[in-house]
Design a protein around this ligand. Structure first.
Ligand SMILES: [Zn+2]
Length: 469
């Protein structure tokens, strides 16, 4: 493990707290959420001697980009990608003000603490460390190569990820592809320690499921509430919800097979009963479901694993009815479907129709709201970024086991596909075993461990150096 400059960790904690204190909530208020935080980052980069550009495609929607130079002998750049926006945080449910960045018992509380201002601050700190090394060598980080770097390092922190990225990464990819074009990118959602039995696993995100959502409108007959009808649109919607919410059969994808094989090998000697359960999942043994794992890892991880094994459909919004004594003739349901690699949007729509059954489907309009395909970044390339990320984890935690994983959700990685940039979720953190990290995402009392960041920053720095040297 490489040493990093003294003071870097304290600076990281301070900038993360500053970032949390600038609310950047998406969906936005009319003033636009991200510009102030983009300007803060541009200022911090500028103070380190790194010229930064703030792009603003729509008033208030800011994204910030910057570049450090290598000597040009190492190929295309490495991109450090992140997003600036956060989801809303209802303060009445929190024990801390979501935008105060309070510190208590070694935790920093606040919206964005893990999704994802932590990695924004870590990537900023890596840029500052590299610029500092240039200055120490008598070079100007604005124009000269960073000592030891053979390729450029790009920094891009973008708006609008939480609403699809259209005012952020998607816009940048379209209008300023040179700011994103890279040999590979580091992005959110991976490299965080997960405790399974006595083992520490570090799933590194190499794939993500596709997102598809549909709006279903059920057509019944309006009438007087005193004389119930079978084609009350809310009754139709209730039948549909029950049929749609049934789990799909498991299907093992290449990434999930590799993930399970790695986890089975890691636990086979130390935790044989867990290893056996994992083997049951890997062989689609119907007697073993992911929920069986609830006893051996945190329930949130069992749920995530379950979602990696199958296409999912979740009915999430229902609108219907006008008054208590009026039978509704129409109801609208929005469903969130997540597709494994290999399941097309057409396959998913066919599944929705099949679940509804012919009679219900005949009175239902199905409208596609959004669709993005699943993606898998190549992780077997020996010269690619993935083996470097594994090596950095092993250097930071020799007993830890890095593994490729597919996220059950989507990120801005999808906007880099057309630019040919393989993207990996790598936000290295090592927190206590009972921390429900995944539940903090968009959740109550979102927080990050200061010691976790102390472990993660040198690991991220090491990964960047290894790939660029
Ligand atoms: Zn995020």
């Amino acid at each position: 493990m490489r040493d990093i400059a003294a003071g870097a960790h304290d600076r990281l904690v301070e900038s993360l707290r500053e970032l949390i204190r600038i609310p950047s909530i998406n969906p936005p208020d009319p003033a636009g959420p991200e510009l102030a935080v983009a300007r803060y980052l541009a200022g911090a980069l500028g103070d380190a001697g790194i010229p930064a550009t703030v792009h603003q495609p729509i008033a208030g929607r800011g994204s910030v980009v910057a570049r450090l130079r290598g000597d040009g002998t190492g190929g295309k750049p490495l991109l450090l990608l992140s997003h600036l926006d956060v989801v809303p945080a209802p303060p009445e449910l929190w024990t801390h003000d979501p935008f105060a960045a309070d510190v208590e018992d070694g935790w920093i509380y606040g919206r964005g603490a893990v999704d994802m201002k932590d990695l924004v601050a870590m990537e900023l700190e890596v840029m500052r460390l590299l610029a500092g090394e240039a200055r120490a060598a008598g070079r100007d980080p604005a124009t000269d190569p960073i000592p030891g770097l053979r390729r450029d390092v790009l920094f891009a922190s973008t708006a609008d990820e939480e609403a699809g990225g259209f005012a952020g990464a998607a816009w940048l990819a379209q209008e300023h592809p040179e700011d994103l074009r890279a040999a590979a990118a580091i992005n959110e959602a991976g490299g965080v320690a997960v405790y399974v039995g006595s083992q520490r696993l570090y799933p590194i995100q190499v794939a993500e499921k596709g997102t598809t959502s549909y709006r279903l409108t059920f057509h019944g007959t309006w009438g007087h509430g005193s004389m119930p009808r079978a084609d009350n649109a809310l009754v139709l919607a209730a039948q549909a919800i029950e049929r749609l919410a049934v789990p799909s059969p498991a299907r093992l994808t290449e990434v999930t097979r590799r993930f399970l094989d790695g986890a089975i090998a890691a636990t086979s000697e130390s935790d044989p009963s867990i290893s056996r359960l994992l083997r049951g999942l890997a062989t689609s043994d119907p007697a073993v479901s992911a929920t069986a794992l609830t006893g051996v890892c945190l329930p949130i991880y069992a749920r995530a694993l379950d979602a990696m094994l199958r296409d999912t459909l979740s009915p999430n919004v229902l609108h219907g009815g006008v008054k208590f004594n009026v039978i509704p003739g129409a109801a609208v349901l929005e469903i969130d479907c997540r597709r494994l690699p290999g399941t097309s949007e057409a396959d998913m729509e066919a599944r929705v129709r099949e679940r509804l059954g012919p009679e219900l489907a005949a009175v239902t309009d199905i409208e596609l709201m959004i669709a993005s395909d699943a993606l898998v970044s190549p992780f077997d390339d020996p010269d690619g970024l993935y083996p470097v990320l594994e090596a950095a984890i092993r250097a930071g935690d020799p007993a830890g086991v890095p593994l490729p994983v597919m996220a059950p959700f989507g990120t801005d990685a999808k906007h880099l596909v057309d630019l040919g940039v393989p993207t990996f979720g790598f936000s290295p953190l090592r927190q206590p075993p009972d921390e429900t990290y995944l539940e903090r995402w968009h959740g109550i009392d979102e927080r990050v461990s200061i010691e976790g960041l102390r472990w993660g920053l040198p690991v991220l720095y090491d990964a960047v150096r290894r790939f660029c040297e």
